[in-house]
Design a protein around this ligand. Structure first.
Ligand code: URA
Length: 431
């Protein structure tokens, strides 16, 4: 078999066989098929799609491109969560310690920023020293010992996804339902999850722009999970506007710390409580969502969740003083408030424009080897439906470069939409 023939077949909208998909993934993993061929193939998949059968084959080939973690004997039931990617989504930093402190051990492998959407690893790396490169053995030992792990995809788990993910980020091939479904599910299968909560984001700042696409992605991941013998529950959550206030690596971490202390923006806290309750039910720690929510609230108000976050950071060699004193996180050189240039009701705080503007400030990558700037980003003070008076502060920009600051100033204005008439707030979740 030759990679070029597989690319051409997909370009011609033909269905790939299981053998072709396996060959392609394996040869890419071994470094025999170069990045440029994989990028061309990914673009063909983005444009021409894949059948559910091809997507399942791709998922399994990527999951089996490395080791499959076996967590039996370490946890009673291995529960994992994953978000399909959004702007301002720092849910993991709150949900993991909340559920772990409620007695549900949770080990998660997260990714870096992808396109306009931020990455959990880039955010947690704002903490000096924090290791995101745990080996599989370290992952297991830490999960057993402290009941919480948050690391990168170890090189021996689903390595094909790790490589493809980084390529997709910089080749305009993120927004493909089969590529997203297989990327997420291969990681979850390889990481040993028996039950997975998938938070499928939908809206302007999500890879799924409308509810139909989100439902398709969600059903596809449930189908793949079932075929692989995993229990999958999905949530559809709004991503038309950023989640919470902070967008940008360290800024988001600080907001998560605030939320773990019982503060934080209302929408973000609600989102975290709901996701935590779902995980506690999936992990059989509680029979229903109401009691799960109460447990989660209690974990925050008692301080147990924040304490668990400290345990996590310590276990992964992070400097805990940064989470104890978040003012230690690096400050951007330029901090500027953008004020409302008119009075009215906000109809739009375009999450994608904000996400792209954050990447342009340096919070994300233009090329796959770029480093990210942890200090830059935005605080979004007002949400869709809010009534705002002219000159009230709307958004704070954190920049490290004067030219980028000027661009961000323009960017944020284009993200906003206005009406003279009252506007309904956006829901947090869809059914
Ligand atoms: N999250 C992932 O892990 N992969 C994707 O492709 C998109 C979001």
């Amino acid at each position: 078999m030759r990679a070029v023939d597989i690319i051409i077949k997909k370009r011609e909208k033909e269905e790939l066989t299981s053998e072709e998909i396996k060959f392609f993934v394996d040869s890419f993993t071994r470094g025999e098929t170069p990045d440029y061929q994989v990028a061309a193939w990914a673009m063909a998949v983005l444009l021409n799609g894949m059948t559910p059968r091809e997507t399942t084959d791709l998922t399994l080939a990527m999951a089996h491109s490395g080791k499959i973690l076996d967590l039996s004997g370490i946890v009673d039931i291995a529960v994992d969560k994953h978000s399909s990617g959004g702007v301002g989504d720092k849910t993991t930093f709150v949900v993991l310690p909340v559920v772990a402190s409620c007695g549900l051990p949770v080990g998660k492998m997260s990714g870096r920023g992808l396109g306009f959407s931020g990455g959990t690893l880039d955010k947690i790396e704002s903490i000096p020293g924090y290791r995101v490169d745990l080996t599989t053995d370290e992952f297991k030992q830490q999960l057993k010992k402290v009941g919480i792990v948050l690391t990168g995809q170890s090189l021996d788990l689903a390595p094909a996804d790790g490589k493809l993910y980084a390529l997709r980020d910089v080749t305009g091939t993120v927004q493909s339902i089969p590529l997203i479904a297989s990327s997420i599910m291969s990681k979850k299968i390889a990481a040993g999850a028996q039950a997975v909560l998938l938070d499928v984001k939908v809206g302007l700042g999500a890879f799924m722009q409308n509810l139909n696409e989100a439902r398709t992605l969600s059903n596809l991941m449930i189908e793949i999970g079932n075929l692989a013998g995993r229990q999958v529950v999905t949530l559809l959550s709004d991503m038309n506007q950023p989640l919470g206030e902070a967008v940008g690596n360290a800024l988001e971490l600080v907001e998560a710390i605030d939320t773990l202390h019982g503060g934080g923006p209302w929408d973000f806290r609600e989102h975290c409580l709901h996701v935590s309750a779902q995980m506690l039910v999936l992990g059989q720690r509680t029979p229903d969502l109401e009691s799960g929510r109460r447990m989660a609230e209690q974990a925050i108000s008692s301080g147990a969740a924040f304490e668990k976050f400290r345990v996590l950071v310590k276990a992964q060699a992070g400097d805990v003083s940064f989470i104890d004193e978040p003012q230690k996180f690096p400050k951007a050189k330029f901090i500027e408030n953008v004020k409302a240039d008119q009075s009215g009701y906000l109809t739009r705080v375009h999450a994608r424009i904000i996400g792209e503007a954050a990447v342009a400030l340096g919070a994300g990558r233009a090329r796959k080897d770029d480093s990210v700037d942890h200090a830059v980003g935005f605080l979004i003070h007002r949400k869709v439906g809010d009534q705002v008076e002219q000159n009230q502060p709307l958004i704070t920009i954190f920049a490290n470069d004067e030219v980028k600051l000027a661009e961000a100033r323009i960017g944020v204005h284009t993200a906003l939409g206005w009406s003279d008439k009252p506007v309904l707030p956006l829901p947090l979740f869809y059914t």
